[in-house]
Ligand binder design. Structure first.
Ligand SMILES: CC(C)(COP(=O)(O)OP(=O)(O)OC[C@H]1O[C@@H](n2cnc3c(N)ncnc32)[C@H](O)[C@@H]1OP(=O)(O)O)[C@@H](O)C(=O)NCCC(=O)NCCS
Length: 185
């Protein structure tokens, strides 16, 4: 049984195990996802799954009713002394069902309420319109643009940095824009 991080209405976030590595690898290399991320190979994913999770933790987004995986992301920096966490490789397999929103809300609640981190950030290709819409509507701030930092098929690409601070999360929560954890059971 893998460790459950947090449960929502339709989804839960649980720590990935070695048995999830094939799913994660297939998800990353699916053409509709690959163009928006820089994938890690199976070997790296296996090492992450076997690690203690403090530096790198793979997380499965799971449907509660079917117990099927619906997506995946990676967390880096749980050992960071400044309480800064990186969220990366956010991928929803079952797209367009609102799972991206629910998974982001669960991730924020876990980061800022359960783990009590100060800051979280991620990066996103500057033409990834769906992800940009998702992150901005979930309250992440555009913090910067890293120009021509990726070389993909001979073309340089830009990354936008998005971030959220704990106080920004709690301001949104006071405005009823975040989950009420008590009500999720
Ligand atoms: C980005 C991603 C995680 C979103 O997950 P999802 O479950 O499909 O997202 P949701 O259904 O919760 O929400 C999608 C929103 O984008 C909107 N959308 C759809 N197409 C859009 C477009 N071309 N431009 C802007 N917004 C768009 C939807 O209308 C919906 O809007 P809403 O806020 O009004 O509900 C998913 O599409 C994905 O895995 N993409 C491939 C990998 C990827 O890009 N990962 C992000 C790396 S930074």
């Amino acid at each position: 049984m893998s460790e459950i991080l947090i449960e929502g209405r339709r989804l839960m976030l649980r720590r990935a195990t070695v048995s999830d590595v094939d799913y994660i690898t297939a998800l990353q290399f699916a053409p509709e996802n690959l163009k928006f991320i820089v994938p890690f190979d199976k070997n790296y994913q296996g090492k992450a799954a076997k690690s203690d999770g403090t530096q790198i933790m793979n997380v499965i987004i799971e449907e509660r009713d079917t117990e099927d995986p619906a997506g995946y992301f990676m967390i880096r920096g749980l050992d960071n002394k400044a309480k800064e966490m990186e969220w990366t490789h956010v991928i929803v397999g079952r797209k367009g069902l609102g799972y991206g929103h629910e998974a982001m809300k669960l991730l924020k609640a876990w980061t800022f309420e359960v783990k009590k981190f100060h800051r979280a950030w991620l990066d996103c290709k500057d033409y990834n319109e769906i992800a940009i819409h998702l992150y901005e509507s979930e309250g992440l701030q555009r913090e910067g643009l890293i120009r021509e930092t990726l070389l993909t098929d001979g073309i340089y690409e830009n990354l936008i940095i998005f971030g959220m601070l704990d106080r920004e999360y709690f301001e949104r929560k006071a405005d009823n824009k975040e989950l009420s954890l008590e009500a999720e059971d």
